[in-house]
Design a binder for this molecule. Structure first.
Ligand SMILES: Nc1ncnc2c1ncn2[C@@H]1O[C@H](COP(=O)(O)OP(=O)(O)OP(=O)(O)O)[C@@H](O)[C@H]1O
Length: 211
């Protein structure tokens, strides 16, 4: 279980935040809140891009706060701009893998991950030639290869049309359950939250309230 307990943070001269939440493995926890309420700030604290002044952040009782972002068991998927446009789908996905694996093994794992997100045969396609939905699939394949226990999603479906949105949403639900990820979904969209989340917090006045 991922536990944030009274994580404190304040930008200079602004009111402080105090974030507490629980997220269970294999489930999606949604965070909603008005623009400027602090959702990105919360994700930055979880990912380690910001350091809290006080509080606790632990995954299965392991304290995450001393760990720099690259050593946290966390991956991040944004609304868009997740890929290097000049690299192929396979090369983008492969960025999720440890570099010390033999090349052949890396390629096999990448092909398997791309197939799992419905992109078998797309290995050599440059990212610049993929649709928005295909790009999010490649980003999910990379996340799958990275396989960190916590997945942070910041409005990951917003740039997608309705049909693609449903498909990518199902993929996130399936991968979360299959990999036992603790998925945190920041979203303004009630339908995404209703479709995916097993728990839902609203961020208001610097605190997370169960919705
Ligand atoms: N580096 C910073 N320095 C000072 N204030 C900041 C900084 N980054 C964000 N803020 C302020 O902190 C508040 C929360 O910002 P944050 O980006 O976390 O909100 P958000 O809920 O993610 O907003 P949105 O939904 O619009 O993306 C806002 O008032 C913002 O202006």
């Amino acid at each position: 279980m991922l536990v944030a307990d009274k994580l404190q943070f304040a930008y200079p001269g602004a009111s402080p935040y105090s974030f507490s939440l629980l997220a269970h493995p294999g489930t999606v926890t949604a965070i909603s809140g008005a623009s400027g309420s602090g959702k990105s700030t919360l994700l930055d604290l979880l990912a380690g891009f910001l350091a809290p002044g006080a509080g606790r952040l632990a995954l299965d009782d392991v304290n995450l706060l001393p760990l720099p972002p690259e050593r946290r068991p966390v991956s991040l998927l944004l609304q868009s701009d997740n890929l290097f446009e000049h690299l192929s789908a396979a090369d983008n996905a492969e960025l999720g893998l440890a570099r010390d694996l033999p090349r052949q093994e890396r390629r096999a794992k990448v092909a398997e991950a791309l197939a799992q997100v419905g992109l078998a045969g797309f290995e050599a396609k440059p990212a610049s030639m993929l649709s928005g939905g295909q790009k999010q699939r490649v980003a999910l394949a990379r996340t799958l290869l990275r396989d960190r226990a916590v997945l942070l999603l910041d409005e990951p479906f917003s740039a997608l049309d309705d049909e693609t949105r449903g498909t990518i949403r199902n993929l996130v639900a399936d991968l979360t359950a299959q990999q036992r990820w603790h998925t945190i979904l920041v979203s303004h969209h009630g339908d995404d939250i209703a479709a995916l989340a097993t728990s839902h917090y609203r961020l208001e006045a610097g605190r997370l309230q169960r919705a």
